[in-house]
Design a protein around this ligand. Structure first.
Ligand code: BGC
Length: 407
């Protein structure tokens, strides 16, 4: 990892975080696990620091376009690095119970690896998260045919989705709260979607170790929108093994089962008595291999949308907790969305070499993609994903990092 190319890009001074801590974060972003326990406990008593936002070069795409990483570092040694390609979270560096920092998100060290190989690691997903059956839908009697890239279906917006685009970035930090906004305009007809969509995604890092992601979009013509983030989490640190020992709870008593091409059948099915029951905390590996479940077989593990037990509002709702006993890391998740796609990394097969030089083995990361339900444009009974001119699309998800209580 190279150092910032210009110190004038550093907008905020580090108050509580020490130089040693920042050096440790830089190393953690490279995949090294670093012990900053002494500095971390020091900071627990001194949280007046405002952190930093720094732009760093991150290589170039095949066509020569230069990519940056925008690195936010808070006063408690948590760091989030966002790429101007795909809005990708390349680094999500979080302390464990002993203050050792590791990158808990899977990814690569170079822009060219992201461009050539990435299964959506850390990226913004749009214009439509997950699948649209046969890449086709109708709006007001007009049929739209999208690019297809997953058998007959459109997956994550198509072959050139929002994960494969260059973004403008802006530091929108306020007071003690660090924030970076990635913006772009998606042309009318891009990947087959109607309407010019103007959108941005804001990543906010607080001194409570919360990463908040706010999505915003407007259109000049009726369209469909469903945005998410595709970070693969491994709370033991990327490259440290599989996620079967992670304990997951999802506040959802129903999920949307899928057909052979992983398109929802339209039903909402109770999770009780099935491998999909995460209403109480359960190790991810406990029922993942239950091949007596047709749905497990169709997803090749977990790759489904859970219907969150919301209270009828679109307020922020605590939808999941993910914990990892060996490191003590705990992630609590909130969203304004009605659903979450829990994907257990079933298509990772060891062929991709990640940030720390380790192959990403089968199920070595999992995603919790907040969303409207897959294929909603073709499912009249699902909550609508239509965006009209003059309306605003807004969605928020927060991933909060802390340490499991000792008792
Ligand atoms: C989908 C999977 C897909 C994966 C891509 C997930 O959101 O649900 O089916 O394979 O993204 O890596």
């Amino acid at each position: 990892m190279t150092e910032p190319h210009s110190s004038t890009l550093t907008r905020r001074s580090i108050v509580a975080a020490t130089a040693a801590g920042v050096a440790a974060l830089t190393a953690a972003a490279r995949g090294e696990i670093i012990d900053v326990s002494a500095e971390t406990s020091h900071n627990d008593h001194e949280e007046s620091g405002s952190g930093t936002v720094v732009e760093m070069p991150f290589g170039a795409l095949e066509d020569g376009t230069r990519i940056s990483m925008i690195r936010m570092t808070n006063a408690r040694y948590m760091e989030v690095g966002i790429l101007t390609w795909g809005g990708i979270i390349q680094c999500l560096c979080v302390p464990d119970r002993d203050g050792r920092i590791a990158n808990v998100s899977l990814g690569f060290n170079t822009a060219s690896e992201y461009e050539a190989n990435s299964p959506y690691f850390g990226a913004i997903i749009g214009r439509y998260a997950n699948r649209i059956a046969n890449g086709r839908f109708e709006l007001d009697g007009e049929e739209f045919q999208l690019e297809t890239n997953d058998g007959p279906n459109n997956l994550h917006g198509g072959p050139q989705g929002f994960d494969r685009r260059v973004y403008d970035w802006k530091d929108v930090s306020k007071d003690d709260v660090l924030a970076v906004r990635m913006s772009r305009v998606s042309a009318d007809g891009e990947e087959g979607f109607p309407g010019e969509l103007t959108y941005n995604v804001t990543y906010t890092l607080t001194n409570d170790n919360h990463l908040r992601i706010d999505y915003f979009a407007t259109t000049d013509r009726k369209t469909v929108v469903n945005l998410t983030n595709h970070t693969y989490f491994n709370l033991g640190g990327e490259g440290s093994g599989n996620i079967l020992d992670h304990v997951l709870q999802i506040n959802a008593s129903r999920f949307t089962p899928v057909d052979e091409t992983v398109i929802p059948t339209g039903e909402h099915v109770e999770v009780a008595g099935t491998p999909f029951d995460f209403t109480k905390p359960k190790p991810v590996g406990q029922d993942i291999a239950d091949t007596s479940s047709e749905q497990i077989n169709r997803g090749q593990g977990y790759d489904h949308n859970w219907v969150l037990d919301r209270d009828g509002t679109d307020d922020l709702f605590e939808f999941a907790t993910l914990s990892h006993e060996p490191s003590g890391r705990l992630m609590t998740c909130r969203t304004t969305e009605p659903g979450v796609q829990f994907y257990s990394g079933n298509f990772l097969d060891g062929s991709l070499i990640g940030i720390s030089g380790q192959p990403y083995a089968y199920r070595s990361g999992l995603t919790l993609e907040t969303q409207h339900f897959p294929d909603s444009p073709n499912q009249p009974d699902f909550p609508s994903t239509v965006l009209e001119p003059g309306d605003e699309y807004r969605s928020t998800t927060i991933y909060e990092f802390s340490i499991i209580d000792a008792d």
